[in-house]
Design a protein around this ligand. Structure first.
Ligand SMILES: NC(=O)c1ccc[n+]([C@@H]2O[C@H](COP(=O)([O-])OP(=O)(O)OC[C@H]3O[C@@H](n4cnc5c(N)ncnc54)[C@H](OP(=O)(O)O)[C@@H]3O)[C@@H](O)[C@H]2O)c1
Length: 341
């Protein structure tokens, strides 16, 4: 396993990060209903991930329902005593409580959310505390000051952003700098061979300001594992069988071309499509660690091997070409004239 420094911090994390969104059997009030795994499987996956060299886990208060996934992780910390082997990332921001202050990134919500997550996770600190999505109703300075106070109190070690517009993230970096506040070490964002939109603004921004990128849904919810093929029904019980809307958005000619190329390259390398999809991301600028999902040990074992796949330059190029997306103005204008933006 390779380890990289998270943004401009001294923290070393594995290039593969274990996503835990599928942990715990959520009921039908949760968006994860029927696409997760039970507690025992989650415990086994966490142990095997650690044994395989992964030291970085990502979760959120909203995963499962009513904090279920955080509670599963907390129970495992208690049972297996491996808390100190893990760099633990969690998130807050979406609705977890009643009333007008039950969601958001206000000081009020942050202090409450942090205490709740610490209790569910049965730990005294969160290693990376992330804003799950920007909150345009709260001044960024208020969010940063509250997070900075949590760092001073020792409850949080580093902070990160997720699902921020680039303008807001740039504003945030500037606000931290000019006010002497802690700054985001990382940006967690959707990024894969299927979803490359962050290359327009977020990737250059993160390179410039030293934020590490943590791609989420790197397998496009399983599409890039190669088990889905155009014109065939999704395998029964898989996430894209359950999530009809997402399937509807993914089922198009461009994406099947990407999957075909991925399957071909994987066969040439003697690897699996999932491994190649993860390895491609690890060749991209500013990417620190790729947050993949696995809801069985077999999926984990497959994905773990991605760390050992070395993609030759010409294969990276081929995958870049087949997954090229419409840059739109002004990026296409600049790219045409100077080849970059
Ligand atoms: N910040 C955010 O807003 C945000 C949003 C989403 C996710 N995340 C984070 O990112 C993590 C990963 O997201 P994700 O679960 O969408 O990622 P993903 O890696 O794109 O998809 C994982 C799913 O793909 C299937 N799969 C995984 N490996 C496979 C393999 N080797 N062979 C066949 N199928 C395989 C499994 O679903 P099936 O078995 O059901 O097919 C698995 O649950 C989450 O756990 C969470 O920590 C963050």
């Amino acid at each position: 396993m390779e380890y990289r420094t998270l943004g401009r911090t001294g923290l070393r994390v594995s290039t593969l990060c274990l996503g835990t969104m599928t942990f715990g059997e959520a009921d039908d009030s949760s968006f994860m209903h029927k696409v997760g795994c039970d507690e025992d499987t989650a415990f086994a996956i966490m142990n095997r991930a650690l044994d395989g060299g992964i030291n970085f886990f990502d979760t959120a208060d909203v995963y499962g329902q009513d904090g279920l996934t955080e509670r599963v992780i907390g129970k495992w910390f208690d049972r297996d005593k491996r808390r100190d082997d893990v760099v633990l990332a969690t998130k807050f921001r979406f609705r977890m409580g009643r009333g007008p202050n039950g969601s958001g990134a206000s000081r009020h919500r942050i202090m409450r959310s942090c205490e709740d997550s610490l209790r569910r996770l049965r730990t005294d600190r969160i290693d990376l505390y992330q804003v799950h999505m920007q909150d345009v109703d709260t001044p960024e300075e208020e969010t940063l000051r509250a997070l900075d106070d949590l760092i001073t109190a020792g409850k949080v070690l580093y902070i990160g952003a997720s699902n921020y517009a680039a303008y807001r993230l740039a504003d945030s970096v500037w606000t931290s700098r000019t006010n002497g506040l802690a700054r985001f070490a990382s940006l967690q964002a959707q990024y894969s061979l299927i979803a490359r939109e962050i290359e327009r603004e977020h990737v250059p921004l993160c390179r410039e300001h030293g934020l590490g990128i943590l791609p989420w849904s790197p397998l496009a919810a399983g599409l890039l594992s190669g088990k889905y093929r155009g014109s065939q029904r999704p395998p029964a019980g898989s996430r894209l069988d359950q999530w009809k809307d997402r399937w509807g958005r993914l089922d198009n000619e461009r994406n099947w071309k990407v999957v075909d190329a991925l399957v071909m390259i994987a066969a040439e390398l003697g690897a699996t499509p999932a491994q190649v999809a993860l390895a491609w991301l690890l060749r991209k600028p500013a990417v620190t660690s790729v947050i993949f999902g696995a809801r069985s040990l077999a999926q984990l074992d497959d994905n773990l091997e991605a760390g050992a796949v070395r993609l030759p330059d010409e294969m990276v190029r081929k995958l870049d070409e087949v997954s090229a997306f419409d840059l739109g103005y002004p990026y296409d204008f600049m790219a045409r004239i100077q080849g970059r933006w």
